[in-house]
Design a protein around this ligand. Structure first.
Ligand code: FAD
Length: 309
């Protein structure tokens, strides 16, 4: 791994925490050079790397077809390219890999590099199984949001080397008309903490306690399919086989039975906490921690405890 490029997400003008973790992790392999492709308007003077890194600022928006990524392909020749899973980064990585006719591995949970070989552990079958593989030819890598960074070295911050900007090629037929950032909520596929709620809440008016807990944690809210079918919650919150797939570090499932179709969308979560008043609820078999109790009692107590810290 001589040359490493990282497609980095930015938030409020700064590199996101997960992008910094990824830079730190990849720096520990001591590559010859590190290039950061920063999406969005970001002004940063240091990264979590042990050496100066080069930065290319990418225009935010639609990297929609192979013609738009041509300027990037020549820059990335000879690099191993990494990103942390998000809709935007996965789109860009797969577009780059397909255009360059190079191999891409996604859904990565653990990664090592030894003697020119990548040793990768990734989730398959909607997170029901884990696959270990080795590759010498993979070039593009999408890491799960709950990627295991535990082996990485803590590095001090360093100044940025060169900094340039790259805008999209204008040859694309697609163009952005408007770009409306979602404000006030955390997009589910990118959330590292999620509070999910099911039909056990019985009425949409009871969601205040779910939102309070999510707010206290800084978490996104999710729901089971019947809840969104009943229009108790918006459809973009529905997780499962037919909904959004999530892979947060922590998923708290409240008043959800744990049907197989729900589990298919959430079993990429690193830690699962289940709160249900039925000790026989199937979800408990898939939980790391379980609380048998009434959500109307447990959730406010949890929120209060979190708020007092
Ligand atoms: C083709 C197909 C695709 C599907 N896709 C999805 C999908 O993508 N996502 C999905 O979620 N479902 C999906 N389903 C539906 C799925 O099979 C289940 O019906 C659904 O997940 C159940 O939702 P639930 O757990 O919220 O409700 P329920 O099954 O009604 O469970 C409610 C739970 O709340 C508990 N409870 C009740 N009161 C309380 C209380 N006061 N305190 C604590 N706990 C309480 C109960 O013990 C129960 O376990 C799909 C089904 C089909 C056939």
């Amino acid at each position: 791994m001589n040359k490493v490029a990282i497609i980095a997400q930015t938030k409020e003008g700064q590199l996101s925490d997960t992008s910094k973790q990824l830079i730190s992790f990849l720096s520990s392999f001591k590559p010859e050079s590190i290039l950061i492709l920063a999406i969005g308007d970001v002004k940063f003077t240091s990264t979590a790397s042990s050496r100066p890194v080069d930065v290319i600022h990418l225009a935010e928006g639609l990297w929609s077809d192979s013609s738009t990524v041509q300027p990037l392909l020549s820059v990335l020749d000879g690099f191993h390219v990494f990103g942390i899973k998000s809709i935007q980064i996965d789109n860009l990585l797969s577009l780059l890999a397909a255009s360059a006719k190079k191999e891409m591995v996604s859904g990565i949970q653990q990664l090592q590099f030894s003697n020119g070989t990548f040793i990768i552990s990734k989730s398959i079958f909607s997170g029901k199984a884990s696959l270990s593989l080795t590759s010498q030819s993979a070039t593009y890598f999408s890491l799960n949001r709950n990627f295991d960074f535990s082996g990485s070295v803590e590095l001090s911050e360093q100044n940025v080397g060169t900094s340039t900007s790259l805008i999209q090629s204008t040859t694309s037929e697609a163009s952005i008309k408007t770009l409306k950032p979602i404000t006030g909520s955390i997009p589910l596929p990118e959330a590292t903490l999620v509070v999910g709620a099911g039909r056990g809440f019985k009425d949409p008016g009871n969601w205040t306690i779910v939102e309070d807990l999510a707010k206290a944690l800084g978490a996104a809210t999710a729901c089971s399919k019947p809840v969104s079918d009943l229009n108790w919650r918006p459809h973009h919150e529905h997780v499962g086989q037919t909904g959004v797939k999530i892979s947060p570090n922590l998923y708290i499932a409240c008043g959800i039975s744990g049907a197989i179709q729900h589990l298919a969308g959430v079993n990429g979560s690193r830690i699962v906490v289940v709160i249900n008043n039925d000790p026989e609820a199937p979800f408990f078999k898939h939980a790391d921690y379980g609380i048998v109790g009434d959500v109307n009692d447990i959730l406010p107590r949890l929120t209060k405890k979190l708020q007092s810290h």
